[in-house]
Design a protein around this ligand. Structure first.
Ligand code: SAM
Ligand code: DTB
Ligand code: SF4
Length: 357
């Protein structure tokens, strides 16, 4: 059991990471598997469950995202769920073997007010179920991060998604620095950082290596690797699916570059064979999202996942194996108040260059 400590890490450069990424496939997987075994139990995989607590209608223009209001996608929009609905879904997920709940909201940033108070109560509710609680709510201030920590939040997910260079091609309503600023705010608390990206958006291997180099500096406790799910109506609807070989390369490279992190085999599993996923686990992926839906897109059937776990002899990870469970402070005992800040997150407004490269 670790506390958040200061440690010396071996930070790799983009060039070193690219060299790893381009190793002969067999050498790469062998090396990654060896690193994985040194730092983790290779037969244990964490099962997390996503709950989309507020779906669609997002003001951002992330080119991959079906929840951006400006794209015409076929998703069912929803206002913020009730605390009771979230509790029921979390209990069901726990019964199905999940040890972590990740609540996602289609927000650009968190605003102080009744909706945020409700999210804080959702965090308290799930922490009391003895499950790891993660939130992904967009950009947050230091005070909001502290309030989430006080409520018992275990992790905050905020992806870099790509390299700083390529970011401008996929999002124009915020800058890379905004992402780093939010991560910086989270790191001022005991909340663990979950940050990763998407491959298959037209980025180069150099972009993938550059993103991993930034993550290597940040040393997040968890790194999700998503394969783009091209959704009809988004600017990325015609992107070719990323090959399993690229996915395994990315997972292997993340495992070698950031040995202690949980590497999450995230979006894209629906199109992967079980053999392909087994290669990902061998290469160091030790977490998946289970449940028939991610946030809005389909995910493999839970029974099929359980069958795969049985075939591979994988066991679900218990909660709080890596970091200890936070203590929840009840709303009435809280020392922290909303500050009603209006932070100046940037709007670079750069025009995306049409089709992603
Ligand atoms: N609004 C918040 C934000 O952007 O941080 C939280 C929700 S957002 C949907 C969480 C993450 O889902 C994104 O950062 C992105 O990595 C991933 N994601 C969204 N759409 C995706 C898609 N079509 N394929 C793969 N990953 C996707
Ligand atoms: C992450 O990196 N992937 C998850 C979680 N963090 C929030 C979300 C994937 C979303 C895929 C598209 C969708 O279902 O809407
Ligand atoms: Fe989707 Fe999050 Fe971007 Fe909004 S900020 S469009 S929810 S990825």
């Amino acid at each position: 059991m670790k506390n958040k400590t200061t440690k010396t890490y071996n930070f790799l450069t983009k060039e070193q990471i690219l060299e790893i990424y381009n190793m002969p496939f067999m050498d790469l997987v062998y090396k990654a598997a060896a690193v994985h075994r040194k730092y983790h139990d290779p037969n244990t995989v964490q099962i997390s469950t996503l709950i989309s607590i507020k779906t669609g209608g997002c003001p951002e223009d992330c080119a991959y995202c079906p929840q951006a209001a400006r794209y015409h996608t076929d998703i069912k929009k929803n206002n913020l769920m009730s605390i009771e609905e979230v509790r029921t879904e979390a209990i069901r997920a726990k019964e199905e073997g999940s040890s972590r709940i990740c609540m996602g909201a289609a927000w650009r940033n968190v605003k102080d007010g009744s909706e945020f108070e409700k999210v804080l109560e959702m965090v308290r509710t799930i922490n009391k179920l003895d499950m790891e609680v993660c939130c992904t709510l967009g950009m947050i201030t230091e005070n909001q991060a502290k309030r989430l920590a006080e409520a018992g939040l275990y992790a905050y997910n905020h992806n870099l998604d790509s390299s700083e260079d390529y970011y401008k091609n996929i999002i124009s309503t915020r800058a890379y620095q905004d992402r780093l600023d939010t991560i910086h705010n989270i790191r001022k608390t005991n909340i663990t950082v979950c940050s990763g990206g998407i491959i298959g958006m037209g980025e180069s291997a150099e972009d993938r290596a550059a993103m991993l180099a930034v993550l290597c500096q940040l040393q997040p406790a968890s790194v999700p690797i998503n394969a783009l799910v091209p959704v009809e109506g988004t600017p990325m609807e015609t992107q070719k699916l990323v090959s399993i070989w690229e996915m395994v390369r990315m997972i292997s490279t993340a495992r070698i570059a950031i040995p202690e992190t949980q590497v999450r085999l995230s979006a894209g599993r629906k199109k992967m064979s079980k053999e392909g996923q087994a290669l990902c686990f061998l290469a160091g992926a030790n977490s998946i999202f289970a449940g028939d839906k991610l946030l809005t897109t389909p995910n493999p059937d839970v029974n099929e996942d359980m069958e795969m776990f049985k075939d591979l002899g994988l066991k679900p990870q218990k909660p709080f194996e890596k970091y200890k469970q936070p203590v929840t402070v009840e709303a009435e005992d809280s020392k922290l108040k909303p500050l009603g800040e209006k932070p100046k997150w940037s709007r670079p407004g750069r025009k995306r260059t049409g089709k992603p490269r």
